[in-house]
Write a protein that binds this ligand. Structure first.
Ligand SMILES: Nc1nc2c(ncn2[C@@H]2O[C@H](COP(=O)(O)OP(=O)(O)OP(=O)(O)O)[C@@H](O)[C@H]2O)c(=O)[nH]1
Ligand SMILES: [Mg+2]
Length: 222
């Protein structure tokens, strides 16, 4: 039987749509972060920390990607921040077309748009959605070998957050090994070590995000 490789054309047309999305996000002057991690690594908890710290100063929008349901959207809504839900039904990732469909729902301007992708270390990395950058979360119970076993995400992510650092005494996770595995894939990755549960370690990330927000604002003004 003849095999037809359809992945390449799918990714090419997704890439074209992602470029259009990025133009629209740029017109809105929004910094857009695509947050990717395994199920349960702490994406929603991490987003809630960012909201808590920044929401009195800037306007934040969250786009929640889930296969089914709106549990995370409901949790984020309680912070008072606007949330848009995308249910992917059978797909294990968000793509640029799904994201484009909800863009008309964005009324007004938001300095920061946080997109929680479907919990998965593989396919969300393959599909751009128009983000400024990808942020990968690796939680300590998953093990320090994940950047080695799932290289694409760690290769593409500008930021890698090592979460659940409070669990370090109880799990088999070597921080130096994890950092080495990340740097092997991506020498320029910004790595932060946090606990979204306790809030420890977030100061450096907040400073980084402030700089990124400033850079986006300056780009918009130029
Ligand atoms: N100990 C500890 N638990 C955490 C931390 N961050 C998140 N959790 C817990 O881990 C579980 C999953 O956290 P979520 O934030 O829902 O993870 P998620 O990645 O959004 O999960 P999905 O959206 O289902 O993929 C929850 O019980 C959180 O309370 C952390 O830093 N330390
Ligand atoms: Mg979540």
């Amino acid at each position: 039987m003849k095999k037809v490789n359809i992945l390449k054309p799918v990714l090419v047309s997704n890439h074209q749509r992602a470029i259009e999305n990025r133009k629209l996000f740029d017109q809105m002057n929004s910094l857009v972060i695509n947050i990717i991690a395994s199920p349960g690594a702490g994406k929603t908890s991490f987003i809630k920390r960012i909201i808590e710290y920044f929401k009195d100063r800037i306007k934040i929008l969250v786009i929640e990607g889930d296969i089914k349901g709106q549990i995370d959207s409901e949790a984020i809504s309680q912070t008072g921040v606007k949330v848009i839900q995308i249910n992917t039904m059978t797909e294990c990732h968000l793509d640029a077309f799904m994201t484009a469909q909800v863009l008309p729902e964005i009324k007004g301007s938001y300095e920061l748009i946080l997109i929680e992708n479907v919990g998965n270390l593989v396919c969300p990395a393959e599909f751009e959605i128009g983000e400024d950058f990808k942020l990968a979360i690796l939680s300590t119970p998953e093990g320090d070998d994940k950047p080695f076993k799932y290289p694409l995400l760690f290769h593409l992510a500008r930021v890698v957050v090592i979460n659940k650092f409070d669990l370090l005494p109880y799990v088999d996770f070597n921080l130096e090994k994890a950092k080495k595995n990340i740097k092997k894939e991506n020498a320029h990755a910004h790595i932060f070590t946090v606990s979204a549960k306790t809030g420890n370690g977030f100061e450096d990330f907040y400073k980084f995000l402030e700089k990124e927000l400033d850079a986006k604002k300056k780009k918009a003004e130029s």
